[in-house]
Ligand binder design. Structure first.
Ligand code: F6P
Length: 472
């Protein structure tokens, strides 16, 4: 029977060490939900890293057996691979360049070598299960070489690739010393997907200029193969967020928030710790508001959740310290006996609390400097069953191309973020509802299930097209 193989850096579950034992924790991420309907079916498989360094071979065998029961297959990474492949090339080279922060990028040969070797490690595991007729769907920037590596061994197999982060414009991408190898790796796929038309366009331009590959509209002709490159904006499981609003635990959390914030308007900010998210700029804008318009003192609260991430990468450590300092500064400067301007949390929250916050917050402030899509903005919209609330969204987030009824801001323009906050705080209810209803329609129609189906159907069409071309 033909199967589908999903490959991503992380599995949709994480191994956690508890009292000397490894326990599994399911991921609540959008991708895990969307692809859940695929990998759990029949003999389909999801291949990826279980998120922990597990070196003991007995332990590895035990975990592999446990995961295989769930249609999952682990790729174990050594400490050195985690340092050089994951933290190194993926997050200190590709991540900053692809997010237009090239000054943070490090171009280390040892990182590249590890990236190449780990992509090969993934390839070997894919090849150990792949058969002719199967479909392979590779996810994201950690595995850019994988499509090409699989193609070299299985020329006829169907391969899709989707990139979840931006693809930068040519002048940025060309900075990477191994740029040609990266593009060749990606072109091993039959269908490549990006979140926005700009990402798609930049990829096509890079291929055209760096590989001199012939591109016609959205098709690349390379090594006697036709590769289709298209835009598939990723959605979320909107129903889940709508329904969570009725969950008893969520309702009780909402009540608690109501009791705590009786008179203030809540501005919600939720991100992973990352310099691409514009967290400091957001704090600056909030500080400017309190400074220039003291009538907002005591009236608004910035509820800021920063989820720990990649904390051994130097820039992330530095950012954490800068946020701590800035929050401390704002609170020290503006707080009163009964009011704290910034409620700051550096940890992850359970879904029931996130949902309560999405339901309760008057405003959601999402101002990344650059973001592939940004699912927080869509989760806020999907949670607003009453059609009220205001979304302030950066024009640098992929989501801004769809959620055009948000207040759209340039995240570098601190004054405009401040003005947007004032506009949001004072927005009449009917205006809020008009905008929110329009955004909810988009989020509901183009949800995660729609995204998965669109990509998989298109991959099949592309394969049929290629077979017809060969038959001619
Ligand atoms: O946005 C890209 C992405 O890889 C997501 O898929 C993931 O949720 C996030 O970045 C964090 O990635 P990680 O913790 O694996 O570095």
């Amino acid at each position: 029977m033909r199967k589908t193989i999903i490959v991503s850096n992380r599995l949709p579950v994480k191994m956690m060490e508890q009292d000397g034992e490894y326990v599994l924790q399911a991921s609540e991420g959008g991708l895990a939900t969307g692809l859940g309907s695929i990998y759990r079916e029949g003999n389909n498989i999801w291949i990826g890293w279980p998120g922990q360094e597990i070196s003991d071979s007995k332990e590895q065998e035990k975990i592999t057996a446990q995961l295989r029961q769930m249609n999952l297959m682990p790729v174990f990474l050594t400490e050195e691979e985690i340092n050089n492949f994951y933290e190194g090339f993926s997050n200190e080279t590709l991540w900053p360049v692809f997010h237009y922060m090239s000054v943070y990028a490090r171009y280390e040969q040892v990182y590249w070598d590890a990236y190449y070797q780990v992509n090969k490690k993934f390839r070997d595991i894919v090849l150990s299960v792949a058969e002719q007729g199967d479909t392979i769907w590779v996810q994201d920037y950690q595995l850019l070489l994988l499509p090409g590596m699989i193609r070299a061994e299985m020329p006829e197999i169907s391969i899709g690739f989707f990139q979840h982060i931006p693809f930068p414009s040519f002048e940025l991408f060309r900075l990477i010393p191994w740029r040609a190898e990266i593009l060749e790796g990606m072109l091993g796929a039959d269908l490549m997907g990006f979140h926005t038309f700009d990402d798609t366009r930049y990829f096509l331009e890079a291929v055209n200029r760096l590989l001199s590959a012939k591109t016609t509209a959205n098709v690349v002709n390379y090594n006697d193969r036709a590769i289709v490159v298209e835009t598939f904006p990723m959605g979320i499981d909107d129903k889940k967020y709508g329904e969570l609003g009725q969950d008893p635990q969520v309702l009780s959390n909402i009540q608690q928030l109501k009791d705590t914030f009786k008179t203030e308007k809540m501005i919600l900010s939720i991100d992973r710790l990352d310099y691409s998210k514009g967290i400091l700029q957001r704090l600056h804008a909030f500080e400017l508001l309190l400074q220039m318009y003291p009538e907002y003192v005591g009236k608004v609260v910035l509820y800021m959740i920063v989820v720990p991430s990649r904390d051994s990468v130097p820039q992330y450590k530095q950012l954490r310290e800068d946020i701590d300092r800035k929050v401390g500064h704002i609170n020290a400067k503006f707080r009163t006996l009964s009011w704290h301007p910034v409620q700051y949390f550096y940890r992850s929250f359970p879904m029931e609390m996130l949902s309560a916050l999405y339901n309760f917050a008057d405003i959601c402030l999402v101002t990344p400097m650059r973001d592939g899509m940004n699912l927080v903005s869509k989760e806020y919209v999907a949670s607003r069953n009453n059609n009220d609330g205001v979304l302030i969204l950066s024009e640098m987030a992929g989501a801004s191309k769809e959620l055009i009824d948000a207040i759209i801001v340039n995240p570098n323009n601190i004054g405009s973020i401040m003005t947007a906050i004032m506009e949001a705080v004072n927005m009449p209810l009917d205006d809020q509802q008009r905008r929110m209803k329009a955004m909810r329609q988009v989020v509901s129609k183009f949800n995660i299930h729609h995204w998965v189906k669109l990509f998989m159907d298109r991959l099949q069409e592309v394969n049929t097209m290629q077979q017809n071309m060969l038959a001619r």
